[in-house]
Structures are given as structure tokens and as C-alpha cells.
Design a protein around this ligand. Structure first.
Ligand code: MN
Length: 134
């Protein structure tokens, strides 16, 4: 029953920290180090949530989110961007690109897992409502 989370992130320290925090809270973690690999892995494994870094090699997080949203099968998966506090304007752009929300870097280890859980719960509730409305 534990959720599968795909992290698309190129910074080894962030990969290590995020993986540690998520696994400690019982999540299963898959890792991709660039956008292409992330999109391929998302299509193959259909994760419950995608954690997406914005500054990535080859294609940035905006392009990754946009492409993930083009794929009908992946359309409902929450995509949570990880944005730098310093980059003003990032938040509007990540939402416009199709992300569900964002978490600011540096991430807060105390609250990170709870924030992820909230996105998972919200997406489930939304799905139930959509089904109910049909
Ligand atoms: Mn990065």
C-alpha cells in the first residue's frame, strides 16, 4: 500500500536526502537524474507522485512537466516541483507548466514527508470526487 515516488533530480546530495527522508517514512523511491530518464521511468512505472527538480541537464523541469502532462496516462499523477527560493517567478511558471504544486529548496527535513503525504491525499480525494461525479 506504500506509495511509489519518482524523484527527478540531478544533485547527488538532494537525491540522497530526499530518498532517505521518503524511505524513512515508508515510501518506495525511484530515481532519475535527468528529464529524459525521468519521463521514460514515469511511463514505465506509473508512480503515485513525481518530485521534480527544475534545474536539470538537457531539458529543464518546466519542459519535463509539460511533456508528462501531454501523456494522457500520466495526466493525473501529482507533480511537485522543487524550486529554489531565490528564483522569483518560478512558482507561477511551475504551475503553468502543469505541476500540482512546489516545495522550496532547501527542503525542510522536519516537514518534507508530511508535505508529500498531503499531495498524495489531495490527489486521491480529487480522484474519488472525479469518479463520483461521473
Ligand atoms: Mn538540479
Amino acid at each position: 500500500m506504500k506509495a511509489n515516488i519518482l524523484i527527478i533530480e540531478d544533485n547527488e546530495q538532494n537525491i540522497y536526502l530526499v530518498t532517505f527522508l521518503l524511505e524513512k517514512n515508508g515510501y518506495r523511491v525511484m530515481q532519475a537524474r535527468d528529464g529524459r530518464e525521468g519521463i521514460a521511468l514515469a511511463r514505465r512505472s506509473k508512480p503515485d507522485l513525481i518530485l521534480l527538480d527544475i534545474q536539470l541537464p538537457f531539458m529543464d523541469g518546466y519542459a519535463v512537466a509539460h511533456e508528462l502532462r501531454q501523456n494522457g496516462e500520466l495526466g493525473n499523477i501529482p507533480i511537485v516541483a522543487v524550486t529554489s527560493y531565490a528564483m522569483s517567478g518560478d512558482r507561477e511558471r511551475v504551475l503553468a507548466a502543469g505541476c500540482t504544486g512546489y516545495i522550496e529548496k532547501p527542503i525542510n527535513p522536519e516537514t518534507f514527508a508530511a508535505e508529500i503525504q498531503q499531495y498524495l491525499l489531495t490527489s486521491k480525494t480529487k480522484h474519488v470526487q472525479e469518479v463520483h461525479n461521473d
